[in-house]
Design a protein around this ligand. Structure first.
Ligand code: GLY
Ligand code: MN
Ligand code: MN
Length: 438
């Protein structure tokens, strides 16, 4: 992470403290992810939880942050101590002293002291805010802390009266991206778009899906991304009809389409792009017909992204276009009224058109508030990803069998509409063909 700026993380902690204070004050305790062994002596690549990273910028495992919201607000970090022997094997650790200084905490302590210190920090606090029901080990640890705290009431020490889910506050904060997040996500979108261009150029008949997978992963990493945001989907021919296809091991043939759903994670933030294009560089007639339909749905959905509109409007717009198109192409039969009332599009389009995007590819944030679709506000980030997936069936024209198409872009809600972060890779059929010829 070059030119790492801790200011946004400090600002988020201040905002969280203000929220908790508004609700009567208390203590927030946020743990990071546990390391997991892959096989003896090897760990899975480590990634902090999104919640913990959002508030700290700290990437080492075995860390917990504690924020005390009250008249005398305090911010503490618990982390691994320096250890010459361990650092020889697994690399640099900040250690509490340097971490407190660098990341802007009032104090930091070795993680081994967390349980004892937490009992003290909970004294006379009205409430405890933490991550609940995600990690059973953590739940047990929180309840044990509350039990120790409660055992002290006969000494006249107050104990928290309420246990609150911290994501209720944090998810709302994370839904609206700040300037530093927007800058990172623009960059993540640019890298992923360029990787898709490279993937299109590298695709030709008789290559394997995994060769294109490798191009994507190489490009992401070579441009500073730490991880793919999710395992790339490189799905040729009928594999494109498997929504989260994983194998990526098939040989591609002339005449087929290749669907690639791949995005990188940059300093924690995801991009999430899908393009679908012909393996040999030229769409067939039926492929182009369906492609134009999905592209029209993508265009229609985009037009609905603006402040004040509901977050379901892009999906509704895509459904109208797709239902009409499926009918025009003979995939669905009946009147528009009937088809709409029966949600007949579901046979060929079985996922939603958008999800929030951020630290998590399927990012946090409620879609409905009090039973109503929430409205767009500047700073929200979402995907636009209509598709169609046609499985062979007697009542479906054979020319469309096994065609799977998705066109997915990433949008930022701006003051007057949407900004698209992933337009660096072509979407128009003619542009894709031109790129692949070149
Ligand atoms: N890549 C997963 C999705 O598009 O939602
Ligand atoms: Mn995707
Ligand atoms: Mn997506």
């Amino acid at each position: 992470m070059s030119e790492f700026d801790t200011a946004p993380f400090r600002a988020r902690r201040e905002r969280l403290l203000a929220h908790i204070l508004e609700q009567g004050g208390g203590v927030a305790v946020v743990p990071t992810a546990q390391e997991r062994e892959r096989n003896p002596g090897n760990m899975y690549p480590y990634r902090a939880t999104s919640q913990f990273f959002y508030l700290s910028g700290f990437r080492e495992p075995e860390a917990v942050l504690v924020l005390v919201a009250g008249e005398n607000p305090r911010q503490y970090l618990f982390c691994r101590p320096r250890d010459e022997e361990r650092e020889l094997w697994t690399g640099f650790r900040h250690g509490p002293e340097a971490a407190a200084e660098y990341f802007g905490f009032d104090a930091a302590w070795p993680i081994a002291g967390l349980d004892a210190k937490l009992t003290e920090l909970l004294a006379d606090q009205p409430s405890l805010w933490t991550t609940l029901a995600v990690d059973p080990d953590w739940d047990r640890r929180v309840l044990a802390a509350l039990m120790r705290s409660r055992a002290r009431v006969r000494n006249g020490i107050g104990t928290p009266r309420s246990l609150n889910e911290i994501s209720v506050v944090l998810d709302e904060m994370r839904l609206i991206k700040d300037a530093s997040e927007i800058a990172l996500m623009r960059h993540a979108g640019e890298i992923a778009a360029a990787a898709h261009v490279r993937a299109m150029q590298a695709t030709r008949p008789e290559r394997y899906e995994f060769e294109i997978d490798a191009e994507l992963l190489y490009f992401f990493r070579a441009h500073g991304s730490q991880f793919p945001a999710y395992p790339p989907i490189v799905a040729s021919g009928s594999n494109a009809c498997v929504l989260h296809y994983e194998a990526n091991d098939r040989k591609m043939h002339a005449g087929e389409l290749l669907l690639i759903d791949a995005g990188c994670e940059l300093d924690g933030y995801a991009s999430d792009i899908t393009r679908t294009f012909p393996v040999s560089g030229r769409f067939s007639g039926p492929q182009r017909d369906l492609y134009q339909l999905v592209l029209a749905a993508n265009h229609a959905a985009r037009l609905e992204i603006r402040p004040g509109n509901t977050c379901n409007a892009p999906h509704e717009a895509a459904l109208v276009v797709l239902t009409q198109g499926f009918r025009d192409l003979g995939l669905l039969k009946g009147s528009m009224e009937e088809l709409t009332a029966n949600a007949s599009y579901r046979r060929f389009y079985m996922h939603r058109t958008s999800h929030w995007l951020g630290l998590d590819v399927h990012d946090v944030g409620q879609y409905k508030v009090d039973g109503h679709w929430r409205t767009f506000k500047p700073g929200m980030m979402l995907t636009v990803e209509p598709g169609c997936y046609v499985r062979p069936a007697e009542d479906v024209p054979e020319a469309f069998w096994n065609i799977g198409i998705r066109i997915e872009d990433n949008a930022l809600v701006t003051a007057d509409g949407g900004e698209y972060l992933t337009d660096g890779v072509p979407r128009e059929a003619d542009e894709i063909e031109a790129l692949m010829r070149g």
